[in-house]
Design a protein around this ligand. Sequence first.
Ligand SMILES: Nc1ncnc2c1ncn2[C@@H]1O[C@H](COP(=O)(O)OP(=O)(O)OP(=O)(O)O)[C@@H](O)[C@H]1O
Ligand SMILES: [Mg+2]
Ligand SMILES: [Mg+2]
Length: 475
Amino acid sequence: MSVRDRYEMVIGLEVHCELKTASKIFCSCPTAFGAEPNTQCCPVCTGLPGALPVLNRQAVAYAVKAGLATNCRIASHSRQDRKNYFYPDLPKGYQISQFDRPLCENGFLEIETEAGSKRIGITRIHIEEDAGKLVHIEGQGTLVDCNRCGVPLIEIVSEPDLRSAEETKAYLRKLRAVLLYTGVSDCRMNEGSMRCDVNLSVRRRGEETLGTRTEMKNLNSFQFISRAIAFEFARQVDALEAGEPVVQETRRFDQASGRTLPMRRKEDADDYRYFPDPDLPPIAVSREELDALRGEIPALPDERKRRYVGRWGLTPFAAELLTLRREAADYFEETAALTRFPALAANLIQSAAVPLLGQDGGSIPLPPAHMAQIADLLGEGGINSGTARRLVRELWDTGRDPLETVRAEGLGQLSDREALTALAREALVELPRAAGDYRNGRTAALQSLVGRVMRKTAGRGNPALLQEIFRSLLG
Ligand SMILES: Nc1ncnc2c1ncn2[C@@H]1O[C@H](COP(=O)(O)OP(=O)(O)OP(=O)(O)O)[C@@H](O)[C@H]1O
Ligand SMILES: [Mg+2]
Ligand SMILES: [Mg+2]
């Protein structure tokens, strides 16, 4: 056991999501992404003296929906506060946010990893305005683009309940799915409409009290999140082991070196001199309004997940993956009604179809009836799983019939024991090292032997039968 294994990491996330309103939170400027710099701003969002904010009610409605979808309690009265700090992308000198009376509190999300399911607490969700953007131009200096000033955001703050990069990513995927289902945000990490700050501390395993956290700001891809967490965990453990304290501070992740570097000592809430914004009344949400918004929330991933496990025998993990994308889940439901092997169909959709959709999703062009046929062929042993995935890829948007394709192209699974045994004997002669390895107890060597016969059969061999044949030949 290495020194680092004696520590555990503790992670809490702050996630900022832009709400999908057409106009900004306190003025009527548009929120469209990618416009010419400084063409979507006015005296209100750039904070000119005398300009007065008026709250966009749609932002509240979206934030309430986000709160309901994450099991939060919604405050009937909440307040908007000024968070004062100086930064060149914040022309007002303060950000309108919510401090001690946020709109939503005390929620949770259920995540699913291969280790099982776990509840992650959501401390609060509050609304606030976004800041502008600084554009650094090599050799010329820094320019300010105010188009983003005043775009409505929710900040979703989790409890420090996460214990690994795996859990962190599962939580972010789940949060993104829930917000997409609910239709309140695009959640595009690459366009900055979903941004994640990772707070991380370490402590010796078994200890109760939390260590000192550092905050890594604006990690905008899953890959950076994993790398930043791994680096920061090791850095903090090494510091403690060397007898140095961890300092509470904001750090940034440097992609090139894979390191986290200090940005600034963490301000305390005191430093922001929060106080209620005198230009804005408290936000009231009536019971009727709450009920109406609740009625607009569709069946969420967890509800579907439970159905898939109960009705179609999927594992919770497989069901979780499928329900993360609404189009994939809808597609699965149509397919499941047409096949005798829904669990196989689920696996095919997840492993072969979803990756072909890419980042932004969209719908699967292969008709559900064809997906169902492929799953049936696979379940009955007519084709093997490699062929099944290949059919999904090759028939994708062609409209061709799977059964006929298998017949016409001779893709049927080879399950003739005698023929396969002959090929297996050849493989043993060709790969004496693998055969020796297997006999010496390295069972993984079986894979390369099976793989060799697969190549001989153009991918059509029956892998389970081949394993059995090799086992008996190598007895
Ligand atoms: N010891 C700790 N280790 C890891 N995470 C922690 C620890 N203490 C708090 N956290 C997490 O840090 C986050 C704190 O976010 P919060 O928005 O409340 O405050 P902040 O970061 O001080 O404020 P700001 O919004 O100005 O960045 C939460 O997600 C919380 O779970
Ligand atoms: Mg925060
Ligand atoms: Mg923070």
